[in-house]
Design a protein around this ligand. Structure first.
Ligand SMILES: [Zn+2]
Length: 555
């Protein structure tokens, strides 16, 4: 029941639906915690302060507890999940972390727009992210967003339109040459339609086809369309390792990952866009030391007037497709290369040499889900162990994994910004004031899971705070107010009168992440109640899979 607040005359009791009393409020601004009650009416925060006179339909006693805004996952890929009418059980893992809003459409890959040209590709590639291939019953972004609302999502969704999906809708996914004038005009129409439909920005995925083929002018054009609507331009940049097959230049002169950041800064500047560098990671032991230079480059661009920031997850591994390791020139005919012993030989030599340089190996890749029947028994294993179990050479094994999964083997790549022994780079990134927190995760019912699906936000709030890397208030800010500001949804991510009633009640003394790489599917402790648009979806530890309290947040 929704009550309109009534203050008929001075002194009359105000009424609300829900009152959280006696908690320590961390309001998402980064400012210090304060003691207060919080009143919710409908889907909004009605009042904050001493609200002992306010009558409530229901009161939750928060003494000894902390009240924060709901957490925003600024990079989630969960749009592919929320379109599934049966997602509510699976996303319990998100709600139990305190998440109330996810950003989807990341890394250039959104489920819309759909054309005859990219329909097959969308279906096929969705197998990477979700259990069953997504069968689009929409074409435009407006239709997709309406379809999510019809499902009734468990969480709120803010959507980016993917450059990759737009380009693939016009030219297909594997055509390397730049779009001609007419094609670019078609892309502009599709991108602008999506932005007008309520997308919060444009994403790019320059490590995957077709984004991997995009050059400066094309990227600057997309950035300018985002800018024209006042929205964000985000980028999975072309390289995250010190030496990468994506560039021919000598990495000892300019590390390739820094080159990639330079390129996207230039594109954003040329297009006049606000830029978000997605998952600022440093792949391979020898790439970790470039972390300070990368951050300095971003800070310098900011000092020169570009509105740029970045995001990261607090784990030294991340999920992606097994085919991500191959250089762009092989992608249009990768299967042919992998099937040919003559072509595999130089590829193996090149791969080993490049990995050696960056301080990485195929053995650092863990299979989440092979997505190919003959290989599914290796789910959860590292590639070296799996190859040994299969009695195969490691490169032959990996090549077959990629081919038989139709490039959709889901893997967890380790040595991202650190290892169990060396956490310096990852700690520097996550605790930096320009960094917002993300999961960047693929949450599925099948296969081995990414611990980020279960523990990301509690991990930053407990482990990172306990290590003294940042204050609790700063940590909350990075997953609430700061994220809301980046995506342009000013009424989320804060506890303020009139703001959306997305709230978390947690017990700091019990707060802990429990998910590990070996046993990732483990809920955190300490998150007690999660309220989405005024409705408790996690209620004193009980998850309500029927709530459907989320909605699409259109900007
Ligand atoms: Zn990405």
């Amino acid at each position: 029941m929704v009550l309109i607040p009534v203050t008929t005359a001075a002194g009359d009791a105000m009424q609300c639906d829900l009152k959280l009393t006696g908690g320590s409020v961390v309001d998402g601004s980064g400012g210090p915690a304060f003691e207060a009650d919080v009143a919710v009416s409908g889907d909004r925060i009605l009042a904050i302060g001493d609200l002992s006179d306010v009558e409530a339909q229901r009161t939750i006693d928060c003494r000894g507890k902390t009240i924060t805004p709901g957490f925003i996952d600024i990079h989630s890929h969960a749009d592919w999940l929320l379109i599934d009418p049966d997602h509510h059980g699976l996303v319990e893992a998100f709600v139990r972390q305190g998440m109330t809003t996810v950003v989807g459409g990341n890394c250039g890959f959104s489920p819309a727009p759909v054309s005859e040209t990219n329909l097959g590709g969308i279906k096929e590639a969705s197998r990477l992210i979700v259990d069953a291939p997504v069968a689009p019953r929409w074409q435009t972004m407006a239709e997709f967003l309406d379809a999510v609302d019809e499902v009734g999502p468990a969480l709120n969704l803010a959507e980016l339109v993917g450059h990759g999906s737009v380009r693939a809708a016009v030219t297909g996914s594997l055509r390397p040459d730049p779009p001609n004038k007419d094609e670019l005009a078609q892309m502009e129409r599709l991108a602008r339609e999506a932005l007008d439909a309520g997308c919060i920005g444009i994403s790019t995925g320059l490590g995957y086809p077709p984004g991997i083929f995009a050059e400066h002018d094309e990227l600057a054009a997309f950035a300018s369309w985002a800018a024209a609507s006042g929205k964000l331009f985000t980028s999975h940049v072309k390289a995250y390792s010190w030496a990468s097959g994506a560039y021919q230049a000598d990495p000892t002169e300019q590390p390739h990952n820094l080159l990639a950041i330079r390129e996207i800064l230039d594109a954003a500047r040329a297009g006049g866009a606000r830029l978000q560098v997605s998952h600022l990671i440093f792949v391979g032991h020898n790439t970790w030391p470039t972390c300070e230079d990368a951050i300095a480059m971003i800070e310098q661009a900011r000092a020169e007037g570009l509105d740029v920031a970045f995001d990261a997850f607090p784990y030294t591994a991340g999920n992606t497709t097994a085919s991500v390791i191959f250089p762009p020139e092989l992608l249009p005919h990768l299967e042919q290369v992998l099937a040919s012993p003559e072509q595999m030989e130089p590829l193996r030599a090149f791969g080993d040499a490049t990995f050696e340089r960056i301080g990485f190996h195929l053995r650092d890749i863990q299979i989440m889900h092979a997505n190919a029947q003959a290989f599914d028994r290796y789910d959860g294993m590292f590639v070296g162990d799996a190859a040994e179990a299969a009695g195969m050479d490691i490169w032959d094994f990996y090549a077959r994994l990629v081919v038989e999964s139709h490039r959709n083997a889901r893997v967890l790549i380790h040595k991202y910004s650190g290892s169990d022994e060396d956490q310096r780079a990852i700690e520097t990134v996550v605790s930096h004031p320009l960094c917002t927190v993300e999961t960047d995760t693929f949450l599925t019912a099948t296969g081995h899971q990414n611990p980020a699906s279960y523990g990301t936000f509690p991990r930053v709030l407990s482990t990172y705070v306990a290590r003294g890397l940042l204050s609790f208030e700063e940590a909350v800010h990075k997953m609430t107010g700061a994220s809301a500001d980046r995506i342009g949804l000013g009424d989320r991510g804060r506890i303020a009168e009139g703001a959306a009633a997305d709230l978390v009640v947690l017990d700091r003394s019990a707060l802990a992440d429990t998910a590990t790489f070996d046993a990732p599917a483990s809920y955190p402790s300490g998150i007690e109640t999660v309220i989405v648009n005024g409705r408790p979806v996690l209620d004193d530890g009980r998850y309500d899979g029927e709530a459907r309290a989320g909605r699409v947040l259109r900007a």
